[in-house]
Design a protein around this ligand. Structure first.
Ligand SMILES: [Cu+2]
Length: 103
């Protein structure tokens, strides 16, 4: 009986934790966004970090100005407050593509 109650409390605690906004990491490495497809929740933040040795990159979302260049070791964060599918690519290397799906 006691054990069952403790399990229920744990479930409530986990539920509360998953409702909080999360931070998701995307690495920029070997001329790719890793992962290319990211599924997140409304209110979550994504952090892109350039893990290259010498190449700089940028982020360009459709309909928005290009970000500043990210040099190796630098990061950029963006919070997503609306649901939808957000495609982006790298300004100097348009073949580098990624997508954030906000649910
Ligand atoms: Cu690039």
């Amino acid at each position: 009986m006691k054990l069952r109650r403790r399990t229920a409390l744990l479930a409530v605690a986990l539920g509360a934790g998953s409702a909080r906004a999360a931070l998701h990491e995307v690495a920029i490495r070997d001329m790719r966004f890793e992962p290319e497809l990211l599924r997140i929740r409304v209110g979550d933040t994504v952090r892109w970090t350039n893990r290259e040795k010498r190449t700089s990159h940028s982020l360009l979302f459709k309909g928005q100005p290009e970000s500043e260049r990210l040099f190796p070791g630098e990061s950029l964060e963006r919070r997503f407050d609306q649901d939808g599918e957000f495609d982006y690519f790298c300004g100097p290397h348009p073949e580098m593509k990624g997508r954030v799906v906000v649910e």
